[in-house]
Design a protein around this ligand. Sequence first.
Ligand code: ADP
Ligand code: MG
Length: 698
Amino acid sequence: MSNSNNLTNIFGENVFNCSVMKAKLPRNVYKNLKRTIDEGVELDPTIADVIANTMKDWALEKGVTHYTHWFQPMTGTTAEKHDAFIAPTADGKVILEFSGKELIKGEPDASSFPNGGIRATFEARGYTAWDCTSPAFIRDNVLCIPTVFVSYTGEALDKKTPLLRSMDALNKQAIRILRLFGNTSTKRVVTTVGAEQEYFLIDKKYYDQRKDLIFAGRTLFGAMPPKGQELEDHYFGSIKDRVAKYMQELDMELWKLGVSAKTEHNEVAPGQFELAPVFTTTNKATDHNQLIMDTLKKVANRNGLVCLLHEKPFAGINGSGKHNNWSMSTDDGQNLLEPGNDPHENAQFLLFLSAVIKAVDTYPELLRLAASNPGNDHRLGANEAPPAIISIFLGDQLTDIIEQLEKGIATSSKQGGELRISVPTLPALPKDNTDRNRTSPFAFTGNKFEFRMVASSLSIAGPNFVLNTIVAEVLKEIADRLEKAADFEMEIQALLQEIVKKHKRIIFNGNNYSDDWVKEAEQRGLPNIRSFVESVPSIIHEKSIKVFEEHGVLNKTELYSRYEIVLEQYIKTINIEALTMVDMSKKQIIPAAIKYCTALAQSINEIKATGLTDLTSVQEEYLKEISNVLISCKAKVLDLENALKNADHENIYDHALAFREEVFSKMAELRRDGDKLETLVDSSLWPMPTYEEMLFNM
Ligand code: ADP
Ligand code: MG
């Protein structure tokens, strides 16, 4: 068999996908299930037994013995509880069983997952429910069934439930608009996502010696090496053999899971890399991104490496993000953000485009929050890109069109019975947006938007359910108006003009990293929310509750629970980091510095004993300098411990804010002393691997 044949066989070999289902399921069952998957009609429960049985047989053939409901609780990672297929029989033997009921519903103990007060302690039950829109797959000999996770009373306890609800909401509104344009054939509109994932690789032998990496996923101390990323010679550089082997293995694992990992390259920072899959529907892309993050770590481990997904593993070196490429597409293959050439499509395109513009300008706080986590505070709004201010890059050509729309003259005509809207003042739309702007947090890149703020370790469910919901809301407003309009074309024109006038302030094509932009954005009235904690309250603003409830994505109770959960997670994260710093200072850094001081003192004494009393000045200077830093360092440890003690507040927001403002800044001060000591102490006495080793020795 040729190599390419091999590859096509391997791709998706561990996935119970449509082609397997088509081959193995009875025709009517397959058709029935496919309608649910493609058109979103409710699943017919009577077919579940047949599907479960077929799934089990397929899995058994591949040596699988267990199954699990695979879900995405609010921890941000995935959870699974394995059950064997076996069922005991009366004669003391077992049969292999998997019923429709077991496929459709599971009952994990919800009390071990974050729920933000939703689940009263007397009702620990939670349910997982099969999400048939994302295919089941086999991993490590376990059949994994993608599910949503809800409470006994039906509230979402996970990341997938609101995502699926938001896709439904957007579908409903987008279809209304397509129908107005005379489209009668499209059955469903989905959002599509391709998430580019950045990550770092370091040698496991270094990782194992760093408590900060083990407990916090990032370095809490570490002086800059003489060479950082200033030469930018790592970006697209040749991939080292060891990494090349890793990437090959990674691709193979992902392909088996049906994840279309496509491009892989070095990133700007040394030791940093990126993986991009081909885009797919948002629910699958979300599952795939979780699988990618898991697989990155697993394959690294097998190769004596550790994959760091943290947003900022190394201070002073570019951090990692996730570029969430997003668009809307019909089931018959039309990308609604594809400019096209036909004027009729232009008007439709411009409506969808301006819906996104209006949505982003109306709900920037929600997007800011959705892209954030504690780790991203080191990037957003810090001295690294992208900035915390949300703006949209459109490129020169589209901006020009938008400006013309603002003045808005258009005529319309009907041709051949088909509705045609021509806008003669507009030039042909650009097919490909050739100019690029890598500084924008939200950039139109030809036929999709690239949301570049997303935290590298974060589930992409959040950013996408926010995006879907706010765009659904604007599409709804547009559809409401257009359905009532006496003159469809005139109303479109009026709508476009209105949206552009009101929301063009969100468009910015310049350098988002410059200080000038920060000032200009303020003048434009764009919010600049500086930290994660400060962005959290936006989730329970009246405006947010209204839009999420309107579209059935999350209700007030669910939003309040999320508010609690993320603040609690912030507190826990910073608490762990602070305690780790205290521990490393007391047990590693300060003792190492003392050891060096002792060596210096001994040297001074020994030299003096020879009678050469005037030859100890260097040792004495070092001894003084280090001792001074040591004194300061010890005081900073105490400051941090006190900040931790005083951070407690009854109100959870105040509690989190105290961590952000007091604890966080004391950590930075302690770090300065710790790093200073690293530059002063004999490297052979330094108790942990340095930046230089971790970043450049792989
Ligand atoms: P970059 O230049 O930003 O590194 P890449 O080519 O690496 O871009 O990644 C672009 C990503 O956008 C890929 O994952 C690709 O599949 C995805 N993409 C392309 N078209 C769409 C679309 N219509 N909807 C969503 N994602 C898309
Ligand atoms: Mg990108």
